[in-house]
Design a protein around this ligand. Structure first.
Ligand SMILES: [Zn+2]
Length: 287
């Protein structure tokens, strides 16, 4: 009898329409944060990412359709330094007053935003602090610690698993950090030229100097480009890093002037470990 019952249950299960994901929902702002949550939670939680691939987290605004997932989320892990994260505070309280909002930059020594060089510049979307904290292992470790604390508070039934996974991931971050140190150790030219200044924290940790083409989130002016060309020549820089979301045209023109090349990186990629290693290899390859 038991055997028949088993077969019937199997049969019913097979005929069920596709089951809805019953796992509890966590919201994060950007894709690399999903990577952090996945390392800690495995497949115990469902992760909702607000900024979709190809969009900029700097001028993002949450779509009405995304509010539904926000209403179902228990926790929102914010970068804590992105303008769009502040923009919907009041609306959120209406749709989900139980949502715990966590600032993952808590405890990080944030780098102040760049000073405005040009007068009459538009400040509307300018962030007070550099939000690219996930791109340096030192800051990522603090983010991951904040993520662990938030997940344990929100889902205490999984605390033991979270703690064990966290320990392993921290060891991995430490070894990536050591590997980057090693790969960049012999680099004589420690200047990097980049379209959008995503590597501020990375540069701080690994003692590099980052120069950005973009100024306060705006396309570079001819005057600024002229300054960059002079600087790049003086420092013998021939590589311009650019993120795949940005217009490569400007960078290519500059690269031609410097007789150099444009190298594409993807700091918003899901696979955080792979991306950090890729960025490092490309910086290490600079002559
Ligand atoms: Zn950015």
């Amino acid at each position: 009898m038991k055997k028949y019952l088993y077969i019937i249950v199997l049969f019913l299960a097979a005929c069920q329409p596709k089951q809805k994901d019953a796992r509890e929902l966590v919201t994060v702002s950007i894709l690399p944060q999903k990577y952090f949550v996945d390392q800690i939670a495995g497949d115990l939680l469902q992760v909702n990412v607000l900024v979709p691939p190809g969009s900029s987290p700097h001028n993002y605004s949450i779509l009405p359709s995304q509010m539904k997932d926000m209403a179902k989320s228990k926790v929102w892990l914010q970068i804590g330094l992105l303008t769009f994260e502040d923009a919907i505070g009041d609306k959120l309280a209406d749709i989900n007053k139980d949502l715990t909002i966590v600032n993952c930059s808590e405890g990080i020594d944030a780098i102040a935003g760049s000073e405005c060089e040009e007068e009459g510049h538009e400040h509307a979307h300018h962030e007070a602090y550099d939000p690219h904290i996930w791109l340096a292992p030192a800051e990522a470790k603090i983010m991951v610690q904040n993520t662990l604390n938030a997940l344990k508070a929100g889902f205490p039934q999984h605390s033991v698993v979270f703690d064990a996974n966290y320990e392993l991931f921290i060891l991995k971050i430490d070894s990536i950090s050591a590997l980057i140190d090693q790969k960049l150790a012999s680099l004589t030219n420690r200047n990097i030229l980049i379209f959008h200044p995503a590597l501020g924290y990375y540069a701080r940790q690994f003692r590099l100097t980052q120069t950005a083409l973009e100024l306060d989130g705006k396309e570079p002016s001819p005057k600024h480009i002229k300054g960059i060309v002079d600087l790049a020549r003086a420092q013998n820089i021939r590589v311009i890093f650019i993120q795949k979301e940005f217009d490569v045209e400007n960078a290519q023109q500059l690269a031609r002037e410097l007789e150099g090349e444009v190298v594409i990186i993807d700091p918003l990629d899901y696979d955080w470990e792979k991306q950090l290693q890729d960025i490092t290899d490309k910086i290490a390859a600079q002559k």
